[in-house]
Design a binder for this molecule. Sequence first.
Ligand code: FE2
Ligand code: FE2
Length: 250
Amino acid sequence: MTDENENAPSTPATPQAGRERMIMPQPIALVGTGIPSPQPEMMARLGPNAVFMMGDNPALPPMPKAPTLLDFFRLRFSAWAVRHLLQSAKSALDAGHDEKVVMACLLHDISNGALIRTDHGYWSAQLVAPYVSEEIAWAVKYHQALRYFPDESVGYEYPEEYIRFFGPDYVPPEYIRRDAEEARKHRWYMTSRLITLYDKYSFQEGWNVDPEEFTDIIGRHFRQPKEGLGFDNSPVAHMWRTMIWPNNFL
Ligand SMILES: [Fe+2]
Ligand SMILES: [Fe+2]
């Protein structure tokens, strides 16, 4: 082998090459749905030619070795989530808010991007907590509860969409009422409240916000680990890795 070849970028071998790679759905995506788990059938199919998927899924765009926040926006999050987060952040920016508010808007539903929707304010806050100020993580956490409660002082009303989503008689559970109450008394209340104000589902078609527009704000308010999200051994690294390899069996 010549030196030239040694220095050439190596083509990563497809993991588990030559075999069927079965994807087991996440338990939480099945529980309560009535959709039967394919696990028994898959277990029966295991053999020299069939394994459970571990590692890169060629159906997904490859992630860089040290992924950044915007890499997840580009390569993993659903188009819906990306548009929602970018439009929310852009609205806050155009309204002249502080960068911390813009950053909180950009991150507020991040767990919906490719991880989980249920209790998304809490999951989203946890995902970003090691990398942002305590105030931004706090605001992200509490926006979920504050969404259910109007605040006339800033012109925030109960969302029309929630009437459609949950029915007109829906009452949020006790922990949501408790957390909203706690948030209202907190010194960072307005940071979280402003997220709810720019949390609009009525997307303007054709309004495409360029994620690069937030590069500088992210640089100032999000401490990207040099090893990449998922590889910095932080308490939430596994959550980012789960989004890199969402189809790993274990
Ligand atoms: Fe939300
Ligand atoms: Fe939202």
